[in-house]
Write a protein that binds this ligand. Structure first.
Ligand code: 6PG
Length: 250
């Protein structure tokens, strides 16, 4: 495995969605067979939407052990769950509203609360309670799905923000000055404790930063700081986003 993990280049966004859905099903079936459950932290933004929709389509629906999956979010905007910017709303509309997931298995961030720090504290408590995580330790997700922004951010870990340095907390309210907002985000110790982390990257606007993330100086971008300590890192990249990578990667 390359330092930055395994890389899969997909000819277009539809193939990326299919590769993502295939990997999700494989991991979910494997986890449920081994441990009776599958815990996943969903990515927000727009890229994962097609994969989420595919999972509830006729082609995949019956292959997903919906009743044994617990859904969490890698990050959330500080907005109510019905807001257009809500990552929960995106996943609900694209997938969860069509899937037989018990309500108790959907662990959304209670981001409607005015105090972002309280939102993060509550989500951390939810994680600790569900995973039975002792103080000083970190929950281990079976799968963390992540996107990456044109600035190399992932989840809501943006360049130059305080959350990047957090090594104790599981969840923080991260002030993102350039967006003039707080974002609720899992921290790097949680992301890096996952059994599998999958980055999903589409779009020509990501090509330059992706080349720097995968082939440039290390630890310059938040996405470069995602390095599962005892897990698998997989990059699923659309050809347009991979266009500047070394030829041997394409
Ligand atoms: C969010 C995401 C964020 C996203 C990237 C890529 O809340 O927006 O967690 O990290 O994954 O910005 O977004 P796109 O998939 O829309 O390009």
């Amino acid at each position: 495995m390359a330092a930055q993990g395994d890389i899969r280049i997909c000819e277009d966004a539809a193939v990326l969605a299919q590769q993502t859905a295939d990997e999700f099903v494989r991991l979910a079936q494997e986890s449920v067979a081994a441990r009776g459950r599958f815990t996943v932290a969903l990515a927000g933004g727009s890229t994962p939407k097609a994969a989420y929709a595919l999972l509830v389509s006729a082609a995949y629906h019956d292959r997903v052990p919906w009743q044994q999956i617990d859904f969490f979010w890698g990050d959330e905007r500080h907005v109510p769950p019905d807001h257009a910017d809500s990552n929960y709303r995106m996943a609900r509309e694209a997938m969860l509203s069509e899937a037989p997931v018990p309500a108790a298995n959907i662990h959304r961030v209670m981001s409607e609360q005015a105090d972002a720090v309280a939102v993060a504290t509550q989500y951390e408590a939810e994680l600790r309670s569900f995973f039975k995580t002792p103080d000083g330790q970190f929950p281990r997700f079976d799968l963390v799905l992540l996107g990456m922004g044109p600035d190399g951010h992932t989840a809501s870990l943006f360049p130059g923000t305080a959350a990047l340095g957090e090594r104790q907390r599981l969840v923080v309210a991260n002030r993102v000055e350039k967006l003039d907002t707080y974002r609720i985000t899992l921290t790097l110790p949680v992301l890096n404790n996952a059994a599998c982390v999958m980055f999903l990257v589409t779009g020509e606007d990501k090509a330059q930063v992706l080349k720097e993330v995968l082939e440039g100086e290390p630890d310059r971008f938040p996405s470069q700081m995602v390095k599962p300590v005892n897990g698998r890192l997989l990059w699923v990249i659309e050809q347009r986003a991979a266009s500047l990578l070394h030829a041997n990667r394409q």
